[in-house]
Write a protein that binds this ligand. Structure first.
Ligand SMILES: [Fe+2]
Ligand SMILES: [Fe+2]
Length: 210
């Protein structure tokens, strides 16, 4: 296999980032989620669209976080595990995108910024050593699961389809949290957890509208 030099690796990452931000692929899994019996009202549709845009943005960030962490992780086994989880997150990205399209919605206008900041955050986790790196994944997935619970709660009552999708994604995120534990995660300091939560709240608030 050809070994990539630094410039090649940077180009691969830039291509991956562009591909992620513009990924319009329809998820083949979308057929398995329940369909709404009744059409949503305009108001409900708009609320679902905003919430699904936030969830789609979260999956864009997951791509950035995992790619950034894998990029700088020194441990080969961890790197493989990170790319594997990134692949699973990719499916979430497609599912959210598909649902956004169904709702005639759009992704966050700032997805490029969110991806870049997540990549940097992931890269910091990548150089923090294996145990804190795994701790970072564990904390991320924990916060994502909590966010998904809130999001399911906030969805319009009649939007069973979006709720079914988020439930499926949440099950996967919980598996990722367990995987991080198996990787020997070390709990992050409280102030680091708080910074992560504050940052994600800012991103969520902005993406709800933009
Ligand atoms: Fe995800
Ligand atoms: Fe995940």
């Amino acid at each position: 296999m050809t070994k990539l030099n630094l410039l090649d690796k940077i180009i691969v990452e830039i291509e991956y980032a562009i591909d992620t931000i513009h990924d319009k692929a329809v998820s083949e899994q979308s057929n398995k989620f329940i369909k709404n019996k009744n059409d949503l009202t305009l108001e409900d549709k708009s609320k679902s669209e905003r919430l699904m845009r936030v969830n789609h943005m979260g999956e864009v960030c997951a791509q950035g976080l995992y790619r950034g962490q894998a990029y700088l992780s020194k441990d080969e086994k961890n790197k493989i595990q990170l790319y594997k989880m990134c692949q699973e997150e990719r499916e979430h990205l497609k599912i959210c995108r598909t649902r956004l399209d169904e709702l005639k919605g759009r992704g966050s206008l700032l997805n490029g910024v969110w991806y870049a900041s997540s990549f940097l955050l992931g890269a910091v986790a990548g150089i923090s050593g294996e145990k804190y790196g795994a701790g970072f994944i564990e904390e991320t997935e924990k916060q994502v699961s909590k966010h998904l619970d809130d999001s399911m709660e906030m969805l319009p009552k009649n939007d069973f389809r979006s709720r079914d999708i988020l439930k499926y994604i949440k099950d996967d995120e919980e598996k990722h949290e367990k995987t991080a534990k198996q990787m020997g995660s070390k709990e992050l300091p409280d102030n680091y957890k708080k910074v992560m939560a504050d940052l994600s709240n800012i991103m969520k608030d902005i993406s709800y509208y933009l």
